[in-house]
Structure formats: C-alpha cells, structure tokens
Design a protein around this ligand. Structure first.
Ligand code: GDP
Ligand code: IMO
Ligand code: MG
Length: 435
C-alpha cells in the first residue's frame, strides 16, 4: 500500500526516467537519511552520481549515493565492478562515514582494463553507428557475462582463477585486441596481478548479496534501491542501439539483487525539469541554438564520468509518460527547477506528431523517431526560489506561483504526484510536497 509522502515506506527505489543524469544521486542521498541500507543493482562506473553536502562534493561511480550517512551499502550482483576503482571510493566515504558497512556481491562481474580497451575498439568498428559510450568497459563486461567467459568478484581472490579466465577472455577477443598491449602475455599477467591485489583488499566486503539483503530485510531494516542510468538507456525499453548494456528499469532491482520487486513499497522516478543526454541517439526535444549553451552553462551540464558537454532539450512528457509506466512509478522527483526557472520562457513537449498526425506512444525504431515533431506548451520562467523553504515539507502553494503552474501541468499530464522537488545541488536545497 503506497502512503502519501513516503515516510512510512520500509523499502523504496530511486530510478531515472530519462537518459540518465536526472539527479538520482542527489535524491538518493537526500532520502538515505531515512534508510538503513542503500543498494545499487545495475551498471558500473558508467554511472556518475553527484552528492553535495557540507562535507564537500562527492562523485559516486560504484558505491551507492547513500554511502555518506546510511549504515549499510550493497553492490548487487547485477552490477559490473572495476575493483581497482572501487578502492579509492571506499577510502573517501570511510573518512566521512567510518561506521559504514560495505557488502559487495561475489557474483557481480569484474570490469578489467581489457574490457575498457574492447569498448574503444568496438566503437571504432561501429563507425556511423557509434554509441558514444563512456569507454568504461561496460558493454564488453556484460558481453562476457552472457557469453559465460566473465570474471566474477569472488574469482579475484584466487590468482590462478583470474589468470586462467583472462587468458580465455583474450582468446575470445584476440581479433580485436591483436594490435594492443593485451596481445603481450606479460601485460595480461600484470593485469591478473593487479586484480588479485585489489581482490585481497576488498575480500572482507565480498558476500552473497541476495542473502545479505534478505537478512537485513528480516531484521526490519529500511532499504533504498538506487538505479543507474535511465529508462531510455535500457537495452530492452530505451532507444536501442543507443543504450547501455544493463537493464536500467525498476524491474532490474529483482534480477540485479534477488530482492523481489513485489516487496518494494514505493518507486520514485527522477526527472530533470528539462532533459539532458550524453552520447549519440535520438533526442526529440533537443535544443540546438544559443539557448542550448545558455541552459548547459546554467545547469553545469558536463558529464560526471567523462566531462563531455551534455546535449540539452525541453521536458518531454510523452517520454515521461512511457517511463512512468515501464518503471511503475508511484511518485516523481523533479530536479533542477532552479536552473530551468532562470530562462524567460520554458517549453514542455506535451504531444508528438508523426507525419503531422498526433500519436500516443513513443516510437522506438530509429527511422520513425526521426520523423517525430514535438508539440509544445509554453510557460513563464519563475526566477530564483527562496532559501527559506529549503529542506522543509511544504504545501505546493508555498512555491513560486509560476513554478506551481509548471508542476501541476506535469502532474495532470502524467497522472502521478510530484512528491520531491530539488532546487539546487546541495542536499538541503530540496523540498517534500505534502498533499
Ligand atoms: P545522476 O547520474 O542522476 O545521479 O545525476 P548526475 O549527478 O550525473 O548529474 C546531475 C547534476 O545536477 C549533478 O551535478 C548534481 O550536483 C546536479 N543537481 C542535482 N539536482 C540539482 C538541482 O536541483 N539543481 C541544480 N542546480 N543542480 C542539481
Ligand atoms: P548515470 O547513472 C548518462 C550513456 C553513454 C552512452 C550510452 C552507452 O550517471 O545516470 P555505456 O558506457 O554505458 O556503454 O554507454 O549510455 N550512459 C549514461 N548517460 N548517465 C549515465 O549514468 C550513463 N551511463 C551510460 O553516454 O550514450
Ligand atoms: Mg550521472
């Protein structure tokens, strides 16, 4: 049973409804004050989740964004983990939250330097169908997982196992790797050694996370799940092939952790008040003129993981309507209203036309989507938002009237309540809306 405003929920999930970078990290950190356990279930270091507190700015790639103040974090088996980059992330959070207990799935797959190289080589082959990946080795690691040649986190505590698996992986991919350093046996040996060394450092955190989560749930702990990426980067439900390689939708909580989605009480869908995207692929409401630069600079829209300038566009309600259904969202969190409100005029796409005729779905074949024409509703910008409401539970009418109009339009169009509004990057610049 979903109760208003979420405080009573034992379990909840935060998922992205657009192309990633919606502000999931900020919302997860904000909510994590009320949860004992925060769990990641998909993706790897392609994710970049930013949290800003009085202690500084933290960019999480592997650890859940709740790591700064919750008691337990879990890296689920659906993730792909680079153990070498996990170590410095752990060191940073341990300084802020020394009592944090970290549990890493033994069965999550290991991203190696070789996978990063393969990511680059595959992009070269794709040529005009290039995805613009984060080059973090994510696709190749999931390829190896499903080809059943992958290395799992539990393997890296045994040098002989890692070594043998690396050799098999190399033989599988030797055509792509022949001109690279990995064709040299001593480089592969070095890689095995580095993974084994990392394995020894993180051995104490390894566990069967499906059992660990179940144990914590049985003890009555409150659990929050944090998604990476967003619905339109999902390989089954997004704009394939311009997607990532793990499922990003709420259903992947189940497959990425073993925790039944039926026990997740509330699904919070995060959407930016406008849209941003890194990498190639369709973007129906993209802005390409000077306004794009203005919005990009106002919002600091440069990738957390890659530093690439993000493409930007207007809020797209047909996309959100679809994402809300696919993710089975209970409530929305809207971020960056402070950024969007600085524009004089704000547009929202409320409908798509296909060849001049209205349609009520999002085409996801790459030829049809090119023929889409968005129909916009226009709003006045609402300017800056007072600091006096920061961190509070408020009624919607305490927001600037022009912003209220914008939020109510979104709620009406999507048929879902906006329960959280983020109006600044800092933890405290957030309000909960009480109905
Ligand atoms: P994620 O991948 O969904 O966690 O999002 P990212 O952290 O990659 O990108 C969101 C960016 O927007 C980060 O730089 C955040 O600090 C910032 N951010 C999040 N919410 C807000 C907000 O409400 N206002 C502003 N101005 N910045 C925000
Ligand atoms: P968070 O969790 C934004 C994009 C890449 C590329 C495509 C495939 O921070 O929201 P990959 O490296 O996964 O093979 O790249 O997906 N992408 C993201 N874009 N935010 C992310 O994560 C992303 N993770 C992957 O830019 O277009
Ligand atoms: Mg991000």
């Amino acid at each position: 049973m979903v109760t208003p405003n979420g405080e009573g929920d034992r379990t909840a999930a935060v998922v992205g409804l657009q192309f990633g970078d919606e502000g999931k990290g900020k919302i997860t950190d904000y909510l994590s004050g009320s949860y004992d356990v925060v769990v990641r279930f998909n993706g790897g270091t392609n994710a970049g989740h930013t949290v800003v507190t009085d202690d500084g700015t933290f960019k999480f790639h592997l650890l859940p964004s709740g790591s700064l103040r919750t008691s337990y974090v879990v890296l689920g088996s659906g993730m792909v983990i680079d153990p070498i980059s996990l170590i410095p992330e752990i060191e940073i959070v341990k300084k802020v939250n020394p009592a944090l207990k970290i549990i890493v799935s033994r069965n999550a797959h290991v991203v190696t330097k070789m996978h990063r190289q393969l990511d680059v080589e595959e992009e070269k082959i794709r040529s005009s169908l290039m995805i613009g990946t984060t080059a973090q080795g994510i696709g190749p690691t999931y390829e190896d997982k499903y080809a059943r040649t992958g290395i799992r986190m539990g393997d890296i505590t045994n040098f002989n196992v890692v070594k043998e698996k690396i050799e098999t992986m190399y033989r599988m991919h030797s055509n792509l790797l022949s001109g690279t350093e990995f064709s040299q046996p001593e480089k592969r040996n070095e890689m095995a050694q580095a993974l084994y060394d990392a394995g020894l450092k993180i051995k104490e955190y390894l566990d069967y996370t499906e059992m660990a989560i179940d144990r914590l749930y049985s003890q009555g702990k409150r659990i929050l799940f944090e998604g990476a990426q967003g619905v339109f980067l999902d390989p089954d439900f997004g704009f394939y092939p311009f997607v990532t390689s793990s499922n990003t939708i709420s259903a992947s909580i189940y497959t990425g952790t073993g925790f039944s989605l039926r026990k997740v009480n509330r699904i919070i869908g995060v959407a930016k008040a406008y849209v941003s995207k890194v990498g190639e692929g369709p973007f129906p409401t993209e802005i390409t003129d000077d306004l794009a630069k203005q919005l990009r600079d106002l919002g600091g829209e440069y990738g957390t993981t890659t530093g690439r300038p993000r493409r930007v566009g207007w809020l797209d309600l047909p996309m959100l309507r679809y994402a809300v259904r696919i993710d089975d969202v209970d409530e929305l969190a809207i971020t960056k209203v402070d950024t969007l409100g600085m524009l004089d005029r704000v547009k929202v796409c409320k409908q798509y036309l296909l060849d001049g005729r209205p349609i009520d779905y999002v085409p996801r074949d790459m030829e049809t989507i090119k023929r889409i024409e968005p129909v916009y509703e226009e709003f006045d910008g609402w300017g800056s938002i007072s600091d006096s409401i920061s961190g509070r539970k408020i009624s919607i009418d305490q927001l600037p009237p022009k912003l209220v109009k914008y939020i109510k339009f979104i709620e009406d169009q999507l048929g879902k309540p906006v329960g959280i509004i983020s109006m600044g990057k800092e933890r405290n610049r957030t309000v909960r809306i009480i109905k």
